[in-house]
Design a protein. Structure first.
Length: 248
């Protein structure tokens, strides 16, 4: 009887609120999916790519070949992976989640991240989101990175700790800042609280953020986790900015 009631409720909900494309709001068959037009515009990041930074290569250079960026400026984290290029529908989904309170997109975005970060998830001991400062959290009411991390932890059956890392000082919005300004803006902004060191000490941490732009934020957060005793830090984001475009 309970299953029948739930099925009837779900059917009624679909009639009243039919599923729409996560990118353009056209009607689709299943919630959290994209229509054919939007799907064709997404540039998913697939192999071959840099094994450290996850930057896609135009052709296969070999499993151990690093990108010029990884060689010139080795990151503190071990590996970074992203679902797709941060443009078009992917950028719209991030902005809807982040600025329009579309938390309903979180579970579906996390499903895509589950696939893109399967290798990282298989080796991680705990999932930790990039935190917001308490004041910004109060204004926004939720942390988009924590939403993605929470759903990803549920899908992967991995431990989730939103308190393992804190932002100890309020920083400027990264939007509009250049690479050097972004790095300076978040330098020393994160810390593993003493009471939370047991969560990360000696463990492989998977750090979650919505977008990787210059990497300044996740690099600063990774350094804080390593100072807190983490054995290794990997990074997984939904969107990835490449080139000189820093409007994320």
């Amino acid at each position: 009887m309970r299953l029948l009631t739930r099925a009837a409720t779900d059917q009624l909900f679909r009639l009243l609120f039919p599923p729409v494309c996560a990118g353009c709001d056209r009607h689709v068959a299943e919630p959290g999916t994209l229509c054919g037009a939007c799907w064709q515009k997404v540039r998913f990041i697939e192999r071959p790519y840099c094994p450290v930074l996850g930057i896609p290569f135009s052709h296969d250079l070999g499993a151990e070949i690093l990108s010029a960026e990884a060689i010139a400026d080795p990151p503190p984290f071990y590996r970074a992976r992203s679902v797709a290029m941060h443009e078009g529908v992917i950028r719209d989904m991030v902005h809807r989640l982040k600025y329009n309170d579309r938390t309903d997109l979180g579970p579906w975005m996390a499903r895509w991240m589950l696939r893109a970060g399967s290798e990282l998830l298989s080796e991680c001991d705990v999932i930790v989101p990039v935190p917001l400062h308490a004041r910004r959290y109060w204004l926004r009411r939720f942390n988009q990175s924590a939403e993605l991390a929470r759903h990803l932890a549920r899908l992967s059956s991995k431990p989730f700790d939103p308190d393992a890392l804190v932002r100890v000082r309020q920083t400027r919005q990264q939007v509009g800042l250049g690479a050097k300004e972004r790095a300076a803006n978040v330098r020393g902004a994160f810390k593993v609280p003493e009471a939370q060191e047991i969560t990360v000490r000696g463990r492989n941490v998977l750090l979650i953020d919505d977008v990787y732009t210059t990497g300044a934020t996740v690099k600063a957060a990774s350094r804080a986790l390593l100072r807190g005793g983490a054995s290794k830090v990997d990074v997984l984001t939904f969107g990835r900015v490449l080139g000189q475009e820093l409007s994320a």
